[in-house]
Design a protein around this ligand. Structure first.
Ligand code: T4K
Length: 391
């Protein structure tokens, strides 16, 4: 896919009638395929063994490697993170109300709602985009049983403050770590904070297993309950002790996870390179701020997040529209916030008034393509579009 000449002025933009910068769409979340041959080798082995699912050798190996990589005692892999979140909520025995951020992917809220519980939306800190502990504390009532923090964009939530609230108020704390594989906080790997943490290995994620997720914990009892719940609640043959579900990961997914995990350094290198090129390409633009990652922590740089502030010459929606016209399918994650989507907008029409920072942040974010499918030239071209619009 050869990009055309670098965009230099507004007349070069597709919204001005010129052809788009990219002949093929540039996606946010184009899957990484780090080792196709290694993957195909495992798939051949799987076909020969005729062991396709139900905790086969590839799933077992994937769980063992993940536990090592995350520095955690127990990893229970599942078919996706949404089911893993639902199982975590069940296995923790949450009841009544559970506090979650609204500024997150809808799966965080749905996983609570699908267990017959009430997700209550707390506001975020506009600097970190993660839960504001003060807002969480204000929402606690006698019906509250737990908090689900989210490490949004792979930047960790205020783990210590949330744990302090949970301890003082007798609540359970778990984390949606869907974005945070390979991330540290205070030098400690995400995976063992709170009662448990849930990762996503969806195709669009830093580490992908086609579809997949995992619950990580140092709590042996919780891990055992989750293991049984992902397998219909079976405890041995012919005996069911939980209302479980089918949350099993298939062998073909574990193979992809294993192949990518073995090349994690390459994936990280590519993301870091792209992030640096975006930072250079967009520096100095008025009103355009690239979300930063702490230099002291490890991060996966999976998301390249721009905040468009009011002093930008083009607003967020104009930038997204122009990028789409150029075939750059930038995303407005996580606009408009869970509280403005069904069923929550009907259930809590008042929530909007309580979430000013969520509304503000959701209205100014643009997420840009990165990962193996975005070359340095692609990043340069995308920056050129944004510079042309915003200079
Ligand atoms: N918690 C958080 C905080 C999350 O962000 C997520 C998922 C979850 C929980 C739940 O995890 P999982 O249950 O999915 O394991 C995508 C992903 O589907 C979703 O996993 C992810 N977060 C979310 C942030 O992004 P959509 O609806 O934006 O996906 P979609 O179909 O628009 O795909 C994104 C782009 O990726 C498209 O432009 C096309 C491209 N793509 C996608 C797939 C699947 C490809 O090029 N190839 C592919 O195979 O949700």
């Amino acid at each position: 896919m050869a990009p055309r000449k670098l965009i230099r002025n507004k007349a070069d933009l597709a919204i001005a009638g010129a052809p788009p910068a990219f002949a093929e769409p540039m996606h946010v979340g184009r899957p990484n395929i780090a080792d196709p041959e290694g993957y195909l080798g495992m798939i051949r082995g799987m076909l020969e063994s005729r062991m396709f699912t139900n905790h086969g050798p590839l799933v077992q190996a994937f769980e063992a490697r993940l536990a090592e990589a995350l520095d955690v005692e127990h990893v229970v892999v599942m078919c996706n993170a949404t089911i893993a979140l639902e199982i975590a909520v069940r296995a923790l025995g949450l009841t009544g109300d559970v506090i979650v951020p609204s500024y997150t992917f809808i799966a965080t809220a749905h996983s609570v709602y699908w267990q017959g519980l009430t997700p209550l939306f707390a506001d975020i800190d506009p600097d970190t985009h993660c839960l504001d502990p003060a807002s969480v504390e204000r929402m606690i009532t006698s019906r509250t049983s737990g908090i689900v923090g989210v490490h949004l964009w792979g930047r960790t939530a205020d783990v210590e403050a949330l744990q302090d609230i949970a301890d003082r108020r007798g609540l359970k704390l778990m984390f949606d770590a869907a974005h945070a594989f390979g991330v540290t906080r205070g030098g400690r790997k995400v995976g063992s904070f709170g009662a448990c943490e849930v990762f996503s290995f969806h195709a669009t994620k830093f580490l992908n297993s086609l579809e997949g997720g995992a619950l990580a914990t140092n709590d042996a009892e919780l891990a055992e309950a989750a293991r049984k719940m992902r397998n219909f609640g079976f405890h041995g043959y012919d005996n069911v002790i939980y209302p479980g579900t089918n949350g099993k990961m298939v062998e073909a997914c574990a193979a992809m996870g294993l192949a990518n995990l073995a090349k994690l350094d390459t994936l990280l290198e590519v993301n870091r390179r792209n992030y640096r090129l975006y930072a250079e390409g967009l520096s100095g633009l008025p009103g355009v701020k690239l979300l930063e990652y702490s230099a002291e922590e490890e991060n996966n740089y999976q998301y390249v997040v721009l905040e468009i502030h009011p002093d930008s010459p083009a607003n967020r929606d104009e930038i997204v529209e122009a990028l789409h016209a150029e075939n750059v399918l930038a995303r407005k994650y996580f606009w408009p916030g869970c509280h403005r989507m069904k069923p929550y907008s009907d259930l809590y029409p008042w929530a909007d008034a309580h979430l000013p920072r969520t509304n503000e942040v959701a209205s100014r974010v643009v997420v840009l393509p990165t990962g193996m499918a975005a070359s340095p030239q692609d990043v340069e071209q995308i920056c050129a579009v944004i510079r042309t619009l915003c200079s």
